[in-house]
Design a protein around this ligand. Structure first.
Ligand SMILES: Nc1ncnc2c1ncn2[C@@H]1O[C@H](COP(=O)(O)OP(=O)(O)O)[C@@H](O)[C@H]1O
Ligand SMILES: [Mg+2]
Length: 331
């Protein structure tokens, strides 16, 4: 199957600043595709070029085989774009708004679209409520229903959950999953790592205008040298040699030589030494660690293991920790 969206060598400059730098993307039909990155990474610029709202300086884009750079009017008919909820008409009811948007798109019997779309975004009991009476999360869900009014091939959502509380955010995730269930392809941007990981079938991580990695969430993590981190506090019974610390001339090779371990670190901690193992296989490394502890009369406290996250992927690719600050609402 050819991709429903095919982006090649896409570039956009603002004066001297490259906002989008030679980006390639392929979105498959029926998937939720996420563009994840910090504020300023180039997510909105990329999305709006695909939507035909901004002109690229270089590169090509096709949406369902249509040239989105030179034929953007045709593309706009087959896509759905979520508006900011502040752009909705406050005095109209939810179902009136669906009907109005349907008429913009030339949908036949636009009123008949309302029950089905409002059910999809879990607002069926709000069809007679005015927009101004809806909560922020409900307005966001309504704006997704409006983006679906023309039964688009692809729906674009730019930071759909920014500004929502955690409960409303989870509700919206359910809505977006429902949109995919209903057969649509979804392209969304987010700066929330967890959101991308939970929601997206595939993710392109953007930073500084470039796509630095693109894969399924599990594939991104499998691409790391270490897929998990094992930590423990090492305590030695009195009279036994202290465990070497990071400061000592010889760090303890026994830890770095454990099966599966990619890197080992031992550093002083309140009650003992803190051991951190980066490992390709947590279970094998933990079994080796327990054997070693038995041999050397080491007591391990707080032994725990955690799978790598997309934050580890970002760190590995950029050398920087990921800052999940909410973007400036003005930008
Ligand atoms: N209209 C514009 N004029 C000048 N610079 C812009 C404009 N839009 C975005 N930028 C800049 O381009 C970069 C990417 O912005 P944007 O695509 O909005 O990123 P994101 O959506 O990932 O936060 C940022 O450095 C931003 O300041
Ligand atoms: Mg943006």
């Amino acid at each position: 199957m050819p991709p429903i969206i095919d982006v090649k060598n896409l570039t956009k400059r603002y004066r001297n600043h490259i906002a989008v730098d030679n980006v390639d993307l392929e979105v498959q039909e029926g998937e939720i595709f996420g563009i994840l990155g910090p504020n300023g990474a180039g997510k909105t610029t990329t999305l709006e070029m695909i939507e035909g709202l901004r002109k690229p300086d270089a590169g090509s884009i096709t949406v369902d085989g249509i040239d989105a750079v030179n034929d953007s009017d045709r593309v706009r008919k087959i896509i759905g774009v979520q508006l900011q909820s502040t752009a909705l008409f406050p005095y109209l009811t939810a179902s009136e708004l669906v009907a109005l948007f349907g008429s913009f798109y030339g949908v036949t019997e636009p009123r008949n679209r309302a029950p089905e779309l409002l059910r999809l975004v879990d607002l069926e009991d709000k069809s007679a409520s005015r927009v101004e009476e809806l909560s922020g999360g409900q307005q966001q869900r309504l704006s997704i229903a409006l983006a679906l009014v023309n039964t688009p091939r692809v729906t674009f959502l730019d930071e759909p959950t920014t500004g929502l509380d955690p409960h409303a955010r989870r509700n919206l995730w359910q809505t977006i999953l429902g949109v995919r269930e209903a057969g649509a392809t979804v392209v969304l941007t987010t700066h929330y790592m967890e959101e991308a990981e939970v929601l997206c079938d595939r993710i392109a991580i953007m930073d500084g205008g470039k796509v630095i990695a693109c894969n399924t969430p599990a594939g991104l993590i499998r691409g790391l040298d270490a897929e998990a981190t094992v930590t423990a506090t090492i305590i030695r019974p009195v009279g036994v040699d202290p465990v070497p610390t990071r400061d000592s001339a010889t760090t303890d090779d026994a830890f770095s030589n454990l099966p599966g371990v990619v890197a080992a670190d031992v550093s002083p901690h309140e009650t003992g030494n803190r051991l951190t193992l980066k490992t390709r296989d947590a279970q094998t490394s933990i079994m080796g660690l327990l054997e070693l502890a038995a041999e050397r009369s080491i007591v391990l406290e707080d032994l725990s293991s955690s799978r790598a996250t997309l934050e580890d992927v970002f760190l590995a690719r950029t050398g920087r920790t990921y800052e999940e600050d909410d973007p400036d609402p003005a930008s």
